[in-house]
Design a protein around this ligand. Structure first.
Ligand code: NAG
Ligand code: NAG
Ligand code: NAG
Length: 346
């Protein structure tokens, strides 16, 4: 468990102590039709800040406040574009190498390279990581403490040995994780402070698809993505007959989540004993929604089911660059990464 999660559980987490992160996600694909061969996405605190792909060949800001980077570095975007051009070719070469490792000759293949750092703004502790995924699975990771690559698959051993013998490159890794990444992250947090550290409460509604479906308590529009939602009966949190959804991004940068309650064994008189609770981390006021038949939005009565509210996230997910979506899928498959280390030299 991450220390932050642990503190949240204990209720000791204060608004001041937050772990910030800077992360670059590079996705290179071979033979994927109608999709850029190379996509680079940068994120601060899991908010996308820039985008580059091999079709536009231009690094561009994804947040208004990112335009401020040129205050300190007038050539930031040209520099970022040049780096991406270089990485595209570098990673294309790696795909060929990895194909050999698996005796593959052609077909669709995807390589993902994630590099970045976490910073605890209370203890000042930095942690770097660098992960390589191939065809949706962990392939190699870099360990910050030993400054070495670790093979996550048998087929990665030869590459791992080659990369660990490149002492010059490992020295650059060390430099970038201890110098470049921390400096850049702090600078970006300064520019984006009012946006990244804001809190927004969601609107919460009760939705039901059919008269026998579970009742979904749906919260949308909150920020940041550290929140909890649950059902209570007589003031006690329910763990049975509930299904908790994942936190999903909305297209406007806010988040949504839901928790469903199966009421098939509950008599109508007992409904009033239930309520849905939404809690945003760092905010003390809970949003409490009592289970009330008249408050439920449906599509079989006149009130009109807000289909958009439920279809929305699916569409948003599809619209997200495959780089990010693929990364989330990969991350989910692997239950998160082992911390490793980072660099501008990847
Ligand atoms: C690749 O092919 C070689 C020679 O045919 C074989 O020895 C090796 O085990 C194969 N590797 C994999 C990952 O299938
Ligand atoms: C709700 O609970 C009932 C009774 O336990 C069960 O038969 C039904 O499948 C559940 N519905 C859903 C959607 O989980
Ligand atoms: C209500 O919407 C859900 C989901 O779109 C659908 O499965 C269901 O059939 C609809 N119910 C009616 C009565 O139209």
């Amino acid at each position: 468990m991450k220390i932050l999660d642990f503190l949240v559980l204990l209720g000791l987490h204060s608004a001041a102590a937050v772990i910030h992160s800077l992360k670059y996600i590079f996705t290179v694909s071979s033979q994927v039709p109608n999709f850029p061969e190379f996509v680079a996405v940068a994120m601060v605190d899991d908010v996308q800040i820039s985008h580059y792909d091999s079709i536009t060949k231009k690094a561009e800001p994804k947040q208004d406040w990112m335009n401020r980077v040129t205050e300190d570095d007038p050539h930031y975007w040209e520099g970022h574009t040049a780096i991406c051009l270089g990485y595209h070719q570098l990673f294309k070469g790696y795909i060929e190498t990895f194909k050999h490792c698996f005796n593959q000759t052609g077909g669709v293949h995807i390589l993902q390279w994630v590099v970045g750092c976490d910073w605890n703004d209370e203890t000042g502790e930095f942690n770097g990581f660098r992960q390589v995924g191939y065809d949706g699975e962990d392939f190699l990771s870099w360990d910050v403490k030993t400054n070495t690559w670790i093979a996550r698959k048998q087929q990665a051993v030869i590459t791992k040995n080659n990369w660990n013998n490149d002492k010059e490159r490992l020295a650059l890794y060390k430099y970038s994780i201890t110098q470049e990444f921390p400096d850049l992250l702090k600078k970006l947090l300064k520019y984006g402070k009012s946006s990244l550290m804001r809190t927004e409460l969601p609107s919460v509604s009760l939705l039901q698809k059919t008269p026998s479906s579970p009742v979904s308590c749906f919260a949308t529009g909150f920020y940041p993505d550290r929140a909890e939602i649950f059902w209570r009966k007589d003031g006690e949190e329910l763990h049975e007959d509930v299904e908790l959804g994942e936190i999903l991004p909305n297209h406007d940068g806010s988040f949504q989540m839901n928790v469903d309650l199966n009421l098939s064994l509950v008599t109508p008189e007992d409904w009033r004993r239930y309520e849905c609770v939404f809690q945003l981390s760092c905010v003390n006021d809970d949003i409490i929604t009592k289970l009330d038949k008249t408050a439920i939005q449906t599509n079989w009565s006149k009130t009109g089911f807000p289909l958009g509210a439920v279809v929305g996230p699916v569409v948003v997910l599809l619209l997200l660059v495959v780089g990010i979506t693929g990364y989330f899928l990969w991350k989910k498959n692997n239950n998160g990464f082992q911390p490793a280390n980072t660099s501008d030299t990847l």
